[in-house]
Write a protein that binds this ligand. Structure first.
Ligand SMILES: Cc1cc2nc3c(=O)[nH]c(=O)nc-3n(C[C@H](O)[C@H](O)[C@H](O)COP(=O)(O)OP(=O)(O)OC[C@H]3O[C@@H](n4cnc5c(N)ncnc54)[C@H](O)[C@@H]3O)c2cc1C
Length: 509
């Protein structure tokens, strides 16, 4: 079930120009795991990272068989550094979709928004969906369910509020529903406090990796000083450096492209056409990157298990803590830096585990949990979801470390955010949907509010600052040994309870 259309949906909808997770020549899966552990400052699962990394290159070659152009140099895969493969990936989703549609035993239901799991005695036995345009509700009975609904965008006020609010980096239609259905069903979740703030080209919100790795552009402040390594080299440090330079009055900040060759100009324009055409258009409308440095900024925080580690707490087979439920990709936690190939690798592992699980399991009819929809078909309807969403984003921005606060928060500000989000959740319960589209909006809002509540609970739990900017706790600077572990949570009644799972082997960075 896919809420959009598998030909153009999710993170890959606009295409990609690199496979960010690949084991380059002379490197091993263990090297990749080590890199991801270091980047996450020790809070990641080595077992998940290694089992994913072992399948990365095969995922890339499977994609190539489906028709993806992987660029080659002297007959070998063209690498960008040790871990990155250059591709022409504008058509990655249509290629994938064609591959799926060739499989006779797969039935795809496009435009179906899955909004809840069906649970019986703690076991997942199906899922509930609603038509995005059609007046239809779907009840799926299943021996096993695999959730791969991506991460959560739209929790925080974005860089461009108002009419351009959907011009954000993470897909605005990945609304955290996969997380929310797990939280509601009582699954254990991990690391929601490890938010992801992307360092992006200003205004277009286009990725910066192609500039940094493709043409070696350095991060410079308005004085022309190179601060690329001054704050550290982890992903979070690079964003923090930019935020800090701005805070100290040395902004705006740029990627230094002035002086690159005309050929590099052309390569960059082509590369951005593969994934963020608005950046190419910007250069065509103004001047090419060789003539003007590219201004950079941080986005609003997202929750994603594909770049950082937020999501379901899973075992090595990608089984969640709820029997019958498997998770893969950005919705699965503990395994950061998985990107496209890692998401495919996890999908494969999860599917293999689910196939093994269904042997000997019979179909069960779970409890009918359709009350959420019923409530909104009969609600009071005095408010509309868009207004409540704006209030939610404002509260998260102001009190839970959004852009306007330089991503900083304190215990006191989080308590205010928590109060506001809970009040909004109560108001959202009364919303009325008069069409399938309105129902979608209302359900998405409820999901986002529940994810916000979890994010706040996690941010509050970790009383330290381990990942600059991603979790910048102003009243608790620096790291503390007692938080060397995963902040995990489970919903108990209406309360999100957060607890620590210590690292089995202490990590030394
Ligand atoms: C803008 C952007 C650029 C990126 N560029 C690169 C890159 O160049 N190289 C790289 O390696 N990685 C890149 N990544 C990361 C990579 O794309 C993701 O990590 C990966 O695609 C995650 O896969 P996924 O299946 O978990 O999520 P997605 O690919 O987002 O798929 C989730 C799917 O679930 C659907 N869905 C969501 N909610 C529901 C629901 N309730 N019911 C039904 N369907 C639902 C969505 O519509 C979507 O199709 C990029 C990510 C983004 C956001």
């Amino acid at each position: 079930m896919e809420k959009a259309n598998i030909k153009r949906s999710g993170c890959l909808a606009a295409g990609v120009n690199a496979l960010n997770a690949y084991i380059g020549p002379g490197k091993t899966p263990e090297d990749y795991a080590e890199y991801a552990m270091r980047d996450a400052k020790g809070i990641a699962r080595r077992d998940l990272l290694v089992s994913m990394s072992r399948r990365l290159n095969r995922a890339a070659s499977e994609m190539e068989k489906l028709g993806l152009t992987i660029l080659k140099e002297d007959g070998n895969v063209a690498m960008r550094g040790d871990r990155n493969v250059k591709i022409n990936g504008e058509n990655i989703k249509p290629l994938l979709a064609a591959g799926v549609l060739r499989e006779k035993r797969i039935q795809v239901l496009n435009r179906v928004n899955v909004y809840d799991l069906i649970v019986k005695d703690g076991t997942v036995v199906g899922a509930l969906g609603a038509g995005v345009f059609e007046d239809e509700l779907y009840v799926f009975h299943a021996k096993a369910v695999l959730v791969a609904t991506g991460g959560a965008a739209g929790l925080y006020k974005p860089n461009h509020p108002g009419d351009s609010r959907h011009k954000m980096w993470y897909p605005p239609f990945n609304t955290g529903s996969g997380y929310a259905m797990g939280i509601r069903a009582g699954a254990e979740m991990t690391s929601f406090e490890m938010r992801f703030v992307a360092l992006r080209c200003k205004d277009t919100i286009a990725p910066t990796g192609t500039l940094a790795q493709g043409v070696g552009a350095r991060q410079v402040n308005v004085l022309g000083e190179d601060y690329s390594r001054k704050y550290g080299v982890a992903t979070s440090d690079r964003v923090f450096g930019t935020v800090e330079e701005n805070r100290l009055g040395r902004g705006p900040c740029y990627l230094k492209t002035e002086g690159i060759s005309k050929e590099q100009d052309r390569d960059l324009m082509a590369a951005y056409l593969n994934m963020a055409p608005s950046q190419t258009l910007r250069w065509l409308e103004t001047v090419p990157p060789s003539m003007r440095n590219v201004e950079i900024e941080g986005t609003e925080p997202y929750i994603t298990g594909g770049h950082t580690a937020s999501g379901y707490w899973i075992d090595e087979g990608r089984g969640t803590t709820l029997p019958g439920l498997y998770a893969a990709g950005d919705v699965a936690g503990g395994c950061p830096q998985k990107y496209v190939t890692g998401a495919f690798a996890e999908g494969e592992i999860a599917a293999e585990s689910a196939v093994a699980y269904v042997e000997g399991v019979s179909l069960e009819l779970g409890e009918d949990a359709n009350f959420r929809v019923q409530r909104h078909l009969r609600g009071e309807g005095l408010e509309n979801p868009e207004d409540l969403e704006k209030e939610m984003q404002e509260a998260m921005d102001q009190y839970a470390g959004g852009i306007s606060q330089g991503y900083r928060y304190t215990g006191e500000s989080l308590a205010i955010a928590d109060g506001k989000i809970k009040e909004l959740a109560e108001r959202a319960e009364k919303l009325r949907a008069k069409s399938p589209q309105e129902l979608l909006q209302v359900l998405e809002l409820e999901d986002k509010l529940l994810v916000c509540e979890s994010v706040i609970a996690h941010l509050d739990f970790r009383k330290e600052t381990r990942w600059r900017t991603f979790a910048e706790r102003e009243d608790c600077p620096g790291t503390r040994d007692e938080y060397e572990g995963f902040a995990n949570s489970r919903r108990n009644g209406n309360k999100i309870e957060v607890f620590l799972r210590k690292l089995e082997v202490p990590y030394v960075c």
